[in-house]
Ligand binder design. Sequence first.
Ligand code: NAD
Length: 475
Amino acid sequence: MSNYPQLKLYIGGEWKTASGAPVINPADESILGTVPHATRSDLDDALAAAENGFRIWSRTAPAKRAEIILKAAQIMRGRVEEMAVAMTLEQGKPLAQSRQEILRGCEIIEWDAQEGRRIYGRIIPSEPGMRHSVLRQPIGVVAAFSPWNFPMSSPARKVGGALSAGCSIILKASEETPAGAVQLVQAFADAGLPAGVLNLVFGNPSDISEYLIPQPSVRLVTFTGSVPVGKRLSALAGAHMKPAIMELGGHSPVFICDDIDPVATAGKSVIGKSRNAGQVCVSPTRFFVQDSIYDQFAAFFAEKAAAMKVGNGLDPSNQMGPLANECRIAAMEALVADAKSKGARVTAGGSRIGNRGYYFPLTVVADVPDDARAMREEPFGPLALLSRVRSLDEAIEKANSVPYGLAAYAFTNSAHNADRLAESVEVGNLSINHFVASSAETPFGGVKDSGFGREGGVEGLQCYTVVKNVSHLTA
Ligand code: NAD
């Protein structure tokens, strides 16, 4: 496939081929390439390279670091089209969304690079002759694990944060969607990043994480993925006293208050839900709609969802691409069947489209009872669950009843409602009257089972640093 890059490991500034596993195009189930698997000796080489890379990079002037990182982002901006095609081939999302993801990844990297020049310490006033200086220093070698749903922007979060803070990094990107990371790393190599600062490996995920995390030179673990894997990796990090950033699953509630236009909000909700076929940790999923506007909201939501064009993401007329793999289809079907058996109504979609490519329509399930599995388990797919509520308080109670706490959305024109939601909803990110959960300059992350630590914003960069207090008696 000429539009798909050759997949290699990147260790100590060298590209390396290896045997591995096929990468499947979810749109037609064809094989795109082979993702190379790192051996134990490759991982040892990556560790040695990253240790050396850290010595060089942590002593490079922040302005010089920013210059190289910004150059890499500029190179990627010049390659958006080829990167977007590769992303749609391996991940399935429509081309326009792939372009958007790459540009968003560039914005993240650029913001981090600029903010990396402002990782200030402070001087604490003290008695004459004593100087307390607080230094913020790069933490060291970072072991990073990124998922398949955002092949470029998730690695960009980790690489941008680590490098801008002066750390080196070993990135184990997704084996299902490896091209995004390969192209990102290529841009940094082309921008003149010193060898060893950024290393890329693939392989058996648990073999790699279990080998890398305990290594003494690894000082920080960052993972984006599911809650069960996040719990395993943070336990391993804890056993070896390593701090971690855990960006895990979510089950986002959407509060639809009775003071808004139900038709316009249903239209926006369909677009929000369809993004990346719902395979987004912050995908809006549990729609708690106030009684008086429920029927109108539900009817328009179903009509718009049914009209959504699903197909190969390379065709610009398609609004939603395939799911990532066959397991996701089985997961959607099981959740829909369970909700139906408990009295819910499927008002749009509900079953697989065709039998080649992993297509599943935007599915609307109305009147979903609280005990339906989908209300408690993250669907991670194109399922919108509608629930009628009598009051905002009832909705907040239901929203907070799950172990997840990543993102929430609300639609209201009432300052009182907005304030009540901001105070009471247990999440890391609340968006009111829109569906954007994060940007380069804002901290993103979860509470409860959705994880800890932040990516983005000043808080995100600080995770890649350690604080050292220096007390100097000068007199
Ligand atoms: P998963 O946790 O099994 O896999 C996610 C990624 O982690 C994969 O790409 C895989 O390569 C890697 N991985 C799996 N096991 C690993 C291990 N032992 N060590 C290191 N890496 C490992 O989850 P999944 O079912 O493939 O993906 C969907 C889940 O990921 C959802 O629950 C979703 O919410 C979560 N996710 C969360 C975010 C976020 O920002 N919070 C982003 C994307 C996906």
